[in-house]
Write a protein that binds this ligand. Structure first.
Ligand SMILES: [Mn+2]
Length: 341
C-alpha cells in the first residue's frame, strides 16, 4: 500500500509520493516556500522548503507527481501534518505522462456558404468539406490520445448555418465527455453567431476561451495563454498582462500574421514584438498560430513557431497545402508531428 498522511508520525523521516498542487512563498525567517501537496488518497500535506534547501525542488512544477524522500514529519496535536526539508531531503519527479496537445486552426465551418477565396472563385469549392475535416480533427484527437485540443481561431467562416454551429457543439461535447478540453482564441472571421455558440459552450464549462484567462489554462505540465485576433495597429504598442506560472512549459496562442515564419509583406507583427511584449511575465516555449492558411513554421526561431494551416483546403493562395493539424508532445522541449486530416 502506498504511504499516506495517516502513516506519518511526528519527528520521523518520511518517504512519500505526492502531487504538487501549488507553490507559495513562505513567511518567516529562513523559510523559502511551501508546496501544497496531496497524497495518493487526496489528503492535503503542506511541505515547507527551508531557505538553505531552496534549490532542492526548483525543477518540480505544479501539477507534477513527485517522490519526497527523507522529509521530516511535523504532526503536532490539533494541527495539520506537515513535511519539512532536512539536509538529506530529495525530490524526484515520478515518471509522468508526457503532455500531448493537438493544434488546429482556421476550420471555417460555414465556408460551404460562399464560393470565393480572396475574392476569387474557388475552382474546387464543391470538393471542400469543412464539416468532414472538422470531424477528422475530433477523430485525430482520440487516435493520438491528446490531453487537449487548441484551436487558434476562425472556427467559423463569416456566414454559418445551424449545422455548422451544431457540429462544433457536438465535437466539443464529445471531446469533453472523454476528458479532452477544447481551448480557443477568436479569429478575424469568427462573427456574431459563431461567437455566441462558442460563448454558450464556454459558459457551460465545455470550451475554454484563452483570452479570458490571464493566468493561463494549465493542462498537465503545460500552461496555455492566448489572445483573440488584434489588428496590426494594436501590435504597435501591445499591452499584455499575463500572470506567470510555474508549470514547466508555457505556450502562447494567437490568431495573427507573424514574421517569422511569414516572410512576405505586411505581417501584423514580428515574433520579436510578441516575445518582447510578454518577456517580463512569460518566456513561452512555443507559439501556436492561426490566420495564415498555409502550414508555415520555423522550428529554429528564438521560440519555435507553428501555423497548422486550415483544416480543409479552402484557400486559393495555398492550394497545394494539405489539411493538417499539429501534434506536440512535451518532453524536455515540444516535439512536433504533422497529422494529415
Ligand atoms: Mn482564417
Amino acid at each position: 500500500m502506498p504511504i499516506t498522511r495517516s502513516d506519518l508520525s511526528h519527528d520521523e523521516h518520511a518517504d512519500i509520493s505526492v502531487q504538487i498542487l501549488s507553490r507559495r512563498p513562505a513567511s518567516g525567517s529562513k523559510r523559502a516556500y511551501w508546496f501544497d501537496t496531496e497524497d495518493v488518497a487526496g489528503n492535503k500535506i503542506p511541505v515547507l522548503v527551508w531557505e538553505k534547501h531552496r534549490g532542492l525542488a526548483e525543477h518540480i512544477s505544479t501539477g507534477e507527481k513527485a517522490r519526497l524522500r527523507d522529509f521530516k514529519v511535523k504532526s503536532w496535536p490539533e494541527q495539520e501534518t506537515q513535511l519539512h526539508t532536512v539536509s538529506n531531503s530529495s525530490v524526484e519527479p515520478v515518471e509522468r505522462r508526457k503532455t500531448r496537445i493537438l493544434h488546429v486552426s482556421d476550420s471555417h465551418l460555414g465556408y460551404h456558404l460562399r464560393p470565393t477565396s480572396g475574392g476569387k472563385m474557388m475552382p474546387w469549392h464543391d470538393e471542400v468539406d469543412c464539416q468532414a475535416r472538422f470531424r477528422d480533427v475530433i477523430v485525430a484527437a482520440f487516435e493520438n490520445d491528446v490531453d487537449a485540443v487548441v484551436h487558434t481561431g476562425d472556427v467559423f467562416d463569416h456566414a454559418v448555418c445551424d449545422e455548422d454551429l451544431d457540429l462544433l457543439e457536438y465535437g466539443v461535447k464529445i471531446l469533453a465527455s472523454e476528458g479532452i478540453p477544447f481551448f480557443y482564441v477568436l479569429g478575424n472571421h469568427d462573427r456574431e453567431k459563431g461567437r455566441a455558440r462558442l460563448r454558450k459552450l464556454s459558459n457551460a464549462g465545455l470550451a475554454y476561451p484563452l483570452e479570458e484567462a490571464l493566468q493561463g489554462q494549465s493542462i498537465g505540465d503545460v500552461t496555455l495563454y492566448g489572445l483573440d485576433n488584434r489588428d496590426a495597429n494594436w501590435w504597435r504598442n501591445p499591452d499584455i498582462r499575463f500572470t506567470p506560472n510555474d508549470t514547466r512549459y508555457s505556450v502562447l496562442c494567437l490568431h495573427q500574421t507573424v514574421s517569422p515564419p511569414y516572410s512576405k509583406d505586411s505581417p501584423d507583427c514580428t515574433l520579436d514584438t510578441i516575445l518582447n511584449s510578454v518577456a517580463s511575465r512569460l518566456s513561452p516555449d512555443l507559439l501556436l498560430l492561426g490566420d495564415l492558411h498555409g502550414p508555415f513554421s520555423d522550428s529554429d526561431a528564438s521560440v519555435p513557431v507553428y501555423y497548422s494551416g486550415p483544416t480543409a483546403r479552402i484557400s486559393y493562395q495555398y492550394e497545394d497545402a494539405d489539411p493538417r493539424a499539429n501534434l506536440f508532445e512535451f518532453d524536455g522541449k515540444p516535439h512536433h508531428i504533422t497529422i494529415r486530416l
